[in-house]
Design a protein around this ligand. Sequence first.
Ligand code: BG6
Length: 494
Amino acid sequence: MAESFDIVIFGGTGDLTLRKLIPALYRAYREDQLLPETRIIASCRSQVDIDNYLETAALALQQHLAAEEFSVAIWEEFKQYLYPLMLDIATIDEHWHALRKLMDEDIDKVRVFYLAIPPAIFGMSCQNLAEVGLITPNSRLVVEKPLGYDATSADAINTEIADYFEEKNIYRIDHYLGKETVQNLMALRFTNLIFEQLWNAKSIDHVQISISETVGLEGRAGFYNDAGALRDMVQNHLLQLLCLVAMESPNKIDAKSIQAEKIKVLGALRPMRGEDVAKNTVRGQYVAGSYFGELVPGYLEELGSPNSHTETFVALRAYIDNWRWARVPFYLRTGKRMKARCAEIVIQFKEVPHRVYDESAGPLEPNRLVIRLQPEEIIQLTMMSKNLENMDVQLKPATLNLNFSDTYTKFRSDAYKRLILDAAAANTSLFIHRDEVASAWGWIDPIIEAWQNTKAGPNLYRAGTWGPDESDGLLAQDGHSWFNSGKVKTNSDY
Ligand code: BG6
């Protein structure tokens, strides 16, 4: 458990704080993971915000926690940890000095400064922290995506914050890495010999990594329309998953070793430029459609504008140019308003080199390993077997099914809880190094540039489907098809 700490959340009344950070800290408290002297100092823009803060936080908890997690009794205790404090981030005044006074009550205590604010003011916030004298040797800075808009802007942000915090004290969050199921991916790969022997171009035909969502804009039109799915999901979450699937075994499970291996994978991604982008990527945008008979509006209607080429869906084919992965396609896909909420990795193995059974035994399917990360964690291995009911040899695929919800009946993963507590405990292994951010943008930027240079807009797809037909076409070019998880649930089911 982390020792007690002070966490200062800049942007204390913002969406991220109310939706994710306060619920995460409440869960930590409920599970006895917050020591009593811990303080959650939430910056509010005005006195009105302070007066309403506790009420707003209680409402947010009721909205974003599962019904059985919220209880008035626990809330009454937890709210003692909350310190709303008025602060204009841009202006050093008596409120900043009040913050200093509050924190100096224990100068040696761990300080976590969480910037839940737009990146454009990261630099200024750090400068003010320094000027007011709030940065101590025990201080850590936590920053969130979007870390920039492209390689240049990301570098500018990283350079600005590096003036005030050393790299070892900067915690860049990709919340996918905080998901227990994503960490299990590393455990699966690096503690089981049977997979490692086959984890390469000799045995693997292709890999699919797909994160589908059923939600639409969720009131984030301003941010999303400028970003689009490539920046919002692929540059970070999907590339991080790709790294975990493709990287070599780190020497140890520590930040330095893991980050070094991920950086090598990102550096080996084959660059895509101009013509290659058109060949290897598909953009999509949803139009009105339905979920279980209920109509939902299209992207442009939600946006309230008739014109936007912003992609709400991306499918692409990537290659990792190294010995292990030579010529193995990695298909990445993500989209909003898709048919089901699911994050899944599919490892499709090659066909057997020689068929020993007659054609009459039926077709052979190559082995497939499916690792579903959410909504539930399941690992499935499909293999061929004999149909035992038939005297004649009849072959059929059978599935080994490992469903973690059978084992962990009370398990509830909260990536933010995990990452905040890790930052407080100076455990950096699940955070992103500056060089990873730079490499990921370096690969993404030319794709965006090529898209911008074409007149064609995104391909349209109906809400409630698996994306535009062109996405199926991309895989069909290689004789493949998307593995779409059978179970259909919406975001609100979880
Ligand atoms: C965020 C994106 O990083 O991840 C959102 O900005 C997306 O657009 C979200 O909805 C998905 O996260 P999760 O944990 O719900 O899969």
